[in-house]
Design a protein around this ligand. Structure first.
Ligand SMILES: Cc1cc2nc3c(=O)[nH]c(=O)nc-3n(C[C@H](O)[C@H](O)[C@H](O)COP(=O)(O)OP(=O)(O)OC[C@H]3O[C@@H](n4cnc5c(N)ncnc54)[C@H](O)[C@@H]3O)c2cc1C
Ligand SMILES: NC(=O)c1ccc[n+]([C@@H]2O[C@H](COP(=O)([O-])OP(=O)(O)OC[C@H]3O[C@@H](n4cnc5c(N)ncnc54)[C@H](OP(=O)(O)O)[C@@H]3O)[C@@H](O)[C@H]2O)c1
Length: 473
């Protein structure tokens, strides 16, 4: 008889921390692994699962959110158990999880922002996009944030898809907003917004922008928001022209240039709002006495390094754009978890192919793994995390096969009692399903996918209305 933990009598027990896409894909892959009987305990610090699918993906993109059906199926698999509203590192420790499982897999995402490091960055009216996104999506930690939308002009810094989401959310009209699951507090504020112009700033050129074609195309299809691009902004410099002609040129970049070039030929229709795309411009400082009054930008030129990579170099030319709101969308950043080796430079958990490695000697930390944004950094779409999680799960199963996984020292299943003691208001899958049904029922009469509960106390009230907690599917 094998002494490896892989039979129904001695299942492989894995704790996964973070119920976003990476955590769910890893759970599904472990529970589907051939010849291995696995049990998965999935933890999330929030009562609600799905991570950025709930709190990141733009509310006017409901089809993308339907990926949660895949995760619901995973949650129905035998061996799955959910502990929501339980923060690992606070309510339960890494050591306590490792004592009770053969492996702990961290999929905690990257929820903080990267800093610009310029004067005025923290003036009232200058916010990271991470906070604005969390606010309009109803994240409980962003529930009480306030955004002053009384200025006529907002500036969004960055040229990624998050910057596009943020610019578009500022440009949606009441009808477009009211059919979404945008948090109610944000719908009212966005409808009352006096912002008329949203300027999106890219530090490099149009041909180097990180956003994707459908997202750029959407900016030209908004009900009451024009897209404005000065023809001079889309004229390609010699580097960009060469960049797009190279053999391995990216079709996405070529299409972006075509789409924005078409925008530059449009005459604005006089809609209520407009989104203005600007390129080759970096913020130098955010101006204002007590709050944001403007932003000083510098004109950049592109320079090529030996590998042909194009980066932005500031020229002498500066300009001030008057504005009352600045949203900094230059990327997300992971944060360190207690007792888990962290690479401060990359802001990721230290790992090789998902196996966590020690801070001092780079040796593998037995039984500890990572997947998703906290493993590889904050880039990639939802589906990217499937492959990423598979890499980690393959490594974990290889380690199981070669007898590298540590044995749990606590063998009885006391986790439900331990969690109940520490966090009496934790939420299991059936309790989450009650929150889910409640939100959908609130949304139905309004023709919306759901009305989100945005306070943890409200969620817990609905979740604990009935039912036992801590049962495995
Ligand atoms: C604004 C925005 C919009 C996006 N839109 C799209 C889109 O339209 N389409 C697309 O394909 N991709 C989109 N993405 C990308 C996609 O959301 C990410 O690729 C994906 O969510 C990353 O998955 P993850 O599991 O690594 O992290 P996350 O989704 O962030 O999940 C991490 C989970 O860990 C939990 N957690 C953190 N710390 C702890 C702890 N200590 N204890 C317990 N739980 C913890 C968090 O609560 C969270 O639920 C978007 C990203 C952003 C930021
Ligand atoms: N609809 C969707 O599919 C969707 C929606 C949202 C997010 N996502 C995905 O989620 C991931 C994260 O998106 P993201 O937009 O946060 O990141 P991103 O795609 O990495 O874009 C970051 C942007 O910030 C710019 N930037 C970085 N530092 C800067 C600085 N100091 N000054 C000025 N600009 C700076 C970058 O410019 P440089 O290129 O010059 O570095 C880039 O334009 C991406 O993979 C994205 O595709 C997908």
């Amino acid at each position: 008889m094998s002494d490896q933990p892989e039979t129904p009598a001695r299942p492989l027990k894995v704790a996964i921390v973070g119920a976003g896409p990476a955590g769910f894909y890893a759970a599904g892959q472990l529970l589907a692994a051939k010849g291995v009987a696995a049990e998965v305990d999935l933890f999330d610090k929030l009562p609600t699962p799905y991570g950025l699918v709930r709190f990141g993906v733009a509310p006017d993109h409901p089809k993308i959110k339907s990926v949660t059906r895949v995760y619901e199926k995973i949650a129905q698999k035998p061996g799955f158990r959910f502990f929501g509203n339980v923060e690992v590192g606070k309510d339960i420790t890494h050591a306590e999880l490792l004592e009770r499982h053969h492996a702990v897999l961290y999929a905690t995402g990257a929820s903080h922002d990267r800093r610009l490091g310029i004067p005025g960055e923290d003036l009232p009216g200058s916010h990271p996009a991470t906070e604005f996104v969390a606010w309009y999506n109803g994240h409980p930690e962003a529930r009480d944030l306030e955004f002053d939308l009384s200025a006529k002009r907002a500036v969004v810094i960055g040229n990624g898809n998050v910057a596009v989401d943020v610019a578009r959310m500022l440009g949606l009209d009441a009808g477009e907003l009211r059919e979404t699951d945008t948090a109610d507090h944000a719908i009212e504020a966005l409808i009352a917004s006096e912002v008329e112009e949203i300027v999106m700033l890219g530090r490099r050129g149009l041909a180097q922008a990180a956003f994707t074609n459908p997202e750029l195309r959407e900016l030209g299809e908004m009900a009451d928001c024009d897209i404005v691009v000065d023809p001079a902004e889309v004229a390609l410099d010699e580097h960009s022209a060469r960049w797009l002609e190279r053999d391995d040129a990216d079709v996405r970049e070529k299409r972006n240039v075509e789409i924005a070039t078409e925008y530059s030929t449009r005459t604005p229709e006089g809609k209520k709002r407009r989104i203005v795309l600007r390129f080759l411009a970096s913020p130098v400082r955010i101006l204002g006495e007590d709050r944001v009054e403007g932003i000083e930008i510098v004109r950049n030129e592109l320079v090529a390094d030996d590998d042909g990579w194009l980066s932005a170099r500031p020229t002498e030319e500066t300009e001030v754009i008057e504005c009352g709101l600045v949203l900094r969308s230059i990327g997300y950043r992971g944060t360190k978890l207690h007792d888990v080796p962290f690479d401060d430079q990359r802001a990721t958990i230290r790992n090789v192919g998902g196996r966590v490695i020690d801070e001092n000697d780079d040796e593998q930390v037995p039984g500890v793994y990572t997947a998703g944004w906290i493993k590889r950094g904050p880039s990639g779409i939802i589906g990217t995390n499937k492959k990423c999680a598979q890499g980690t799960v393959d490594a974990l199963l290889e380690d199981l096969e070669s007898g590298q996984l540590p044995e749990p020292t606590v063998t009885e299943d006391d986790l439900p009692e331990l969690v109940a003691e520490r966090k009496p208001d934790h939420v299991d899958w059936s309790a989450w399903s009650r929150i889910d049904a409640h939100e959908q029922a609130l949304g139905e009469p309004q023709g919306r996918p759901r009305v989100k509960l945005t306070r943890i106390s409200e969620m817990v009230d609905v979740a604990t209305a009935a039912g036992a907690v801590g049962e495995r599917t």
